[in-house]
Structure formats: C-alpha cells, structure tokens
Design a protein around this ligand. Structure first.
Ligand SMILES: Nc1ncnc2c1ncn2[C@@H]1O[C@H](COP(=O)(O)OP(=O)(O)OP(=O)(O)O)[C@@H](O)[C@H]1O
Ligand SMILES: [Mg+2]
Length: 219
C-alpha cells in the first residue's frame, strides 16, 4: 500500500466503566481514497469518527489523521450555525486569517463544487435537507482539508438526493485529492467508494472492495 492518510491501531474507547464501545479497532485508509464505514446501530461508527475528528479522546491505542480535517455531521442542523449560506461556509474560515477577497473566493468555489453556485445569500432555514447537507460539506471543504470525515451525511435524504450527494462528494474528493471516510447504512452507496470497512461491536471485522462487500457480506 502507498501512503496512508488515516491510520487507526488497536483503538479502544469506553464511557466510564461500561462495556467498551471500541475494542482494539484498527484500519488504514490510503491517501486520496474514498472509503466507507458500515456497521449496525451502536457498533461504534460515530464514536470512531469523533475520535478521528478529535472530538473524543480514546481510552487506549493510537491513531493519526492527515491535517487539516473536515468533519460533516449526520444532522446538518447541528452544524450550520449562521443565518445565511455564505456566512455559514465562511464561518469555518475565521481562524485561518484569510483576506476578505480570499475568503470570498474560497466560499464561492466550495459552493460551486457542491452544486449550489448561487446560494450565498440564501437563508439556511429555507433550504431543503439535501441542500443543507451540501452546505455543511461546502463548509468542510472550504478549509481545504486533506481528510474529510462524514458521519451518515445521507441519513436524512431521499433515495435520489442521496445518490446525487454521494456521487458529488466522490468527484470532489477525487478532483482535490482528498482522503474521505464516509459512514453509511445504505449499501447502494458502496458503488461510489474505493473500499469499505465493516464494524461489529467496536472492531473492524471485514474490509475490502465494494464488490466483495455486496456479494459476500450482506447476502
Ligand atoms: N455520551 C454517551 N454516553 C454513554 N454512552 C454513549 C454515549 N454516546 C454513545 N454511547 C453508546 O456508545 C455505543 C456506540 O455508539 P455510536 O454512536 O458510536 O454507534 P453508531 O455505530 O454510530 O450507531 P448508529 O448507527 O446508530 O449511528 C452505543 O451503545 C451508544 O449508546
Ligand atoms: Mg452513528
């Protein structure tokens, strides 16, 4: 394998002294690839994503993720904090000390790449679920991340919008050489990824090509 952008080794995590949510969980995502993470409810997917995004600290084990990291939550209402689309996408750029014109360029480019070119002045409350999810992704990519972590970004979307979004994200990450890890329950999304991991009770129990996953693991 070439260079690795996301590496997880023997990671464990437990809330206090309850049963561990992650138990010697290990995985590697090669640089520039788009991988998916599957597993039943409660198998630890969001916990792993939060550790990778440095929102939680593991109990033991190690991990490394290329920086900067962009994080997209399952529910865009938990992520979009500003009143308009343009303000929200530029919000994440505040720490980067960019000039006003550079900020405007980044915001516009990010909105073009998620197919919302004329949405800068739109109020967030007037967007559909799929549009909100794309604004959240624009906010994450405006920061020019090396790695994009997406926790069930299609969970609230209908079937057509869902596949539009996954194919759009696939082309964004491929165009920009971003490494992405995408959590999903929906097997039809596997067609867009380079490979997938299956998490069970906090451990990666299978990994491989989308074809292998569809044929072997879920039949
Ligand atoms: N703040 C918390 N305190 C205690 N337990 C928690 C907390 N957050 C999550 N858990 C527990 O950790 C386990 C793993 O949760 P996690 O959210 O990682 O699962 P998941 O694979 O993302 O599930 P889903 O498919 O439902 O999103 C679950 O049993 C959950 O109840
Ligand atoms: Mg989850």
């Amino acid at each position: 394998m070439g260079e690795v952008a996301i590496s997880v080794k023997d990671l464990s995590f437990a809330w206090s002294d309850s049963k561990p949510v992650l138990q010697s969980c290990s995985l590697e995502v090669p640089k520039g690839q788009f991988w998916m993470l599957l597993g039943a409810n409660g198998s630890g997917k969001s916990t792993l994503m939060r550790i990778l995004g440095e929102l939680l600290v593991p109990t033991s084990g190690s991990f490394s993720v290329d920086h900067p990291v962009g994080f997209v939550f399952q529910n865009p209402d938990h992520q979009l904090v500003m009143p308009t689309v343009g303000a929200d996408v530029s919000f994440g750029l505040v720490q980067e000390n960019l000039s006003w014109s550079e900020t405007r360029i980044r915001v516009r480019q990010a909105l073009v790449s998620v197919n919302l070119p004329d949405f800068e002045r739109r109020p967030i409350y007037a967007l559909s679920g799929g549009q909100k999810q794309r604004v959240a992704i624009a906010g994450a990519i405006a920061r020019r991340p090396q790695v994009l972590l997406l926790d069930e970004p299609t969970a609230l979307l209908d079937a057509d919008t869902q596949l539009d979004l996954v194919s759009q994200v696939q082309s964004i990450v491929k165009d920009r050489g971003i490494t992405a890890l995408w959590v999903t329950h929906r097997l039809e999304e596997l067609d867009y990824c380079d490979g997938a991991f299956l998490l069970k009770e906090g451990k990666v129990i299978a990994q491989g090509s989308p074809k292998l996953f569809k044929e072997k693991l879920y039949d």
